[in-house]
Design a protein around this ligand. Structure first.
Ligand SMILES: [Zn+2]
Length: 376
């Protein structure tokens, strides 16, 4: 049921964890939340955030804590490797298609589960759900059933893939990306659909963020979630949002990565998509404050030119509709990448240094939020 109160960024105790992960939590906590394993003297840097005080029920007082709390190890974000991003995008794009109705979609899911496992300390969780395609092309007009629709099954079994990195608190940040792809004709499940920018790029950044953060002990718990069925109408994220709502997960923030590999020509710009209206109103202010924080983080730690934009139509929307605080990072490729939803959206068209900067922004944002919770 939709709450009228803003969720997310509310620090309570109750939290759901995957049962298989409970044991891991006991041995994972370390007293040094920002120290990279093995590093004795990480270089700390200060970030000044020009923003008003965040709400008392959101993340802690950002102005009062910023001098003590805003220490981000530059050495941590420097460990992002663009060749890891390129390898992930090439591998994912080498599947002929990742269309949710294709025969290969399960192979993609299992390949990704293995890949995520290699960057995540706890057991990967595969969530099965059912997607029912819209078999009608026109309301109540059976004559408009096309042959392709008649041949379709009534439902498809799809898979979301997730892994938790447990922190010393139950406050959770989600990092999400969809892994399915498409071409112009959404019903064409057999045509070549490499989906490099949309959205192997987002998956690759998620995997690299997981790899880097796996070496740190954090206050926040981080959940990495890979959705299927986005192109058919956000089926995976709708199912997952409903699941975490019923499980009462203490979700503070969702950062969704959808198209983060194709910089608008010459601009090195990135859109930070924030919540302004949509279904629930009370969560808007948290999203907008986090968007400004991310813009400052991007300016401080990368050469990205970050601008704020409003939420569009992707996987954060089902979470927003349940009241959670959501943010999207996006290269604006829906309008600016000429290969969008085409067979030409190939791995050789992307800029992996650009993607690496977005991975750095994601990591630095999580570390920034983590310093705030640790200084409470
Ligand atoms: Zn997409």
């Amino acid at each position: 049921m939709v709450s009228s109160q803003g969720k997310g960024l509310q620090y309570s105790i109750a939290h759901f964890v995957f049962p298989s992960l409970l044991l891991t939590q006991l041995i994972y906590f370390s007293a040094c939340p920002l120290c990279l394993a093995g590093e004795i003297n990480p270089h700390f840097d200060l970030l000044y955030i020009e923003d008003e005080i965040l709400s008392k029920i959101s993340i802690p007082d950002i102005n009062a804590k910023v001098e003590d709390a805003s220490r981000i190890s530059q050495s941590v974000i420097d460990k992002v490797q663009s060749y890891n991003l390129e390898e992930s995008v090439r591998d994912l794009s080498s599947f002929h298609t990742r269309h949710s109705e294709s025969e290969s979609i399960d192979d993609v899911a299992y390949w990704l589960a293995e890949k995520l496992q290699s960057n995540c300390d706890t057991d990967v969780y595969i969530q099965n759900f059912t997607y029912s395609p819209d078999l009608t092309t026109s309301e109540d007009d059976d004559n408009n059933f096309s042959d392709i629709h008649r041949q379709k099954p009534f439902f498809y079994n799809l898979k979301n893939i997730a892994c938790d990195k447990l922190g010393s608190t139950n406050n959770t940040i989600f990092v999400s990306a969809h892994y399915d792809s498409r071409i112009e004709d959404l019903n064409d499940s057999e045509g070549r659909a490499p989906g490099a920018d949309d959205n192997a790029s987002g998956v690759s950044v998620l995997l690299e963020v997981a790899r880097i953060l796996s070496k740190l002990s954090l206050e926040h718990s981080i959940s990495y979630v890979l959705f299927s069925g986005e192109e058919q109408g956000k089926w995976g994220s709708k199912y997952y949002a409903d699941f975490i709502d019923k499980a009462d997960i203490d979700l503070d923030l969702l950062i969704n990565l959808d198209m983060v590999g194709f910089p608008p020509e010459g601009s090195n710009s990135i859109l930070i998509e924030y919540d302004n209206g949509n279904v629930v109103q009370d969560n808007d202010k948290y999203s907008q404050k986090i968007a400004k924080l991310i813009r400052d983080v991007a300016s401080k730690y990368t050469s990205l030119n970050a601008t704020l934009g409003k939420l569009e139509n992707t996987d954060y929307l089902p979470f927003e509709a349940l009241g959670y605080t959501v943010i999207g990072l996006h290269d604006d490729g829906v309008t600016k990448n000429p290969n969008y939803h085409k067979s030409s959206d190939t791995s050789d068209t992307l800029d992996y240094e650009y993607s690496a900067s977005i991975a750095n922004v994601t990591i630095a944002t999580i570390l920034q939020l983590d310093t705030l919770i640790s200084s409470e």
